[in-house]
Design a protein around this ligand. Sequence first.
Ligand SMILES: [Zn+2]
Ligand SMILES: [Zn+2]
Length: 490
Amino acid sequence: MGYRTIGSATVKAKPSVRRPIMDAGVRKEISDTRQRNACIRCRMQKLKCAPDPKNRHDRCLECSQAANSIYRQLPCLRYKIPDTPLFRHAMYNSPFYLDHPLLGDRYGDFHLQKTWVSSRTKTLSALHHGGLRLEVEVRQYLPPGEEDATDDRSMHGLAARPMYTIPWAVADADIETRNLGTVVDRYIESYVVNLLKPGDDLVWPVYQEALRLMPVVKTDIIHQSDLMLDTMRLWVGARLADRGWRCTGSDKLGAETLENQLRPPDWTPLPPYLDYQLVSIIMHRYLSPLRKKVLDRLQTIVRANKPSNWYAIFLTCFVLLHSCEMSIVIVRKHAAKRKSPDRYIIMNLVRALNTSAKVLLAHFHYCCKGNVPFSKSFDWSSPVMRRMAALDPEQSAFMSKYVSVVHEREDIFEAVRKTDHYEAPYWFVCQLFEENWEPRVTHEHSPTSDEAYISGSDHVVTEKGKTVQFGPYHRPDIEEDMSKRPNRGG
Ligand SMILES: [Zn+2]
Ligand SMILES: [Zn+2]
């Protein structure tokens, strides 16, 4: 151990840490892999993901060599589960929201300066589209004179109002975040019933399985029940971020005087600033940490590469993909309501949801280990199946029955596959059942609006003008207040 001199003092030098000498070529390879991400195959099989010099398509050496394998091949994809956006995390439709983003430490986390008028608070009842009700404690403040508080009045809807027109704000964001979590947990089951139609035998049974698995504690690396519970919480939260809230109760803080050309006359919107805060609580404080938990858990069980996890991975991917599908339906309705010439006016969100779907689908298909579990010939009682998925008798019975439901819809899937209407029912989830799945090429810019698919309807018109009917899908817009009926969620 040596000594070194600092100023006039001599101090003991830290022992030098010897690093193994690494070949410059190896160092470059590691750095390249870090920059590009290792591919899914190499990550799951814990292999070194080295580039294949002979391949012009960025396929890695392992994937190139595996191309000769007897198993069905998937492309070399460098997706990472934690990079999945999953839900709407920003508002793109007004200058105020652009200047005061919902996520982040400065605005989203309630750091907008406020001077309270007094300590007196009131309770505002906020009812969501799906029937979930929140009682929010609010407090009056002195409105700031910010120029940007007035939005572009040529726009319709909530964005056309001065942001501070009703100067009441959430009294305590931490309390409201906890309150939101409690309410969501209480109503998950009722919310699923309220928003999805039990008649759709492709969608409904999977949600029922997800709800059934929630309270079951498994002895695995990660409790699958925790993953299911958080996935269902995220599903509810994503719906809360997608759709508007309205005031109910006797004291609406004067919001009943606000006009909204896009809503029915008896719809009282939330005061604009409270609406901004509530959406921020949902997206920033509730959904963001939940998203991280769900994706970390999903990544852990995917990487564990165990047959005992396949069922939970399937259910989780289905629910998350269906959630993307439901969000895009709202984006499409948003454009249609405003008679936009573009099919989607929130293209950032459409791209984010398409990316999410590709990441989930790629990992799910890798977890099928070269099998085609939804093909007609797949035998759910064979030893091959057990290497892919270890199911209990109840789960086996479910899958055997479910596969026949999938087959009954082959024509619909085929029609949907050929469209670029992401809002068409099953556009995302049907890719779980595809043999030789590859990520679809999706639009970067919105195509023009056309009438080929009528948003929210039960049919799609194919390229050749053929009409394909879907089964019952989303329920019509229901505004039923769930607090008025017996609580099934516990
Ligand atoms: Zn690789
Ligand atoms: Zn690869």
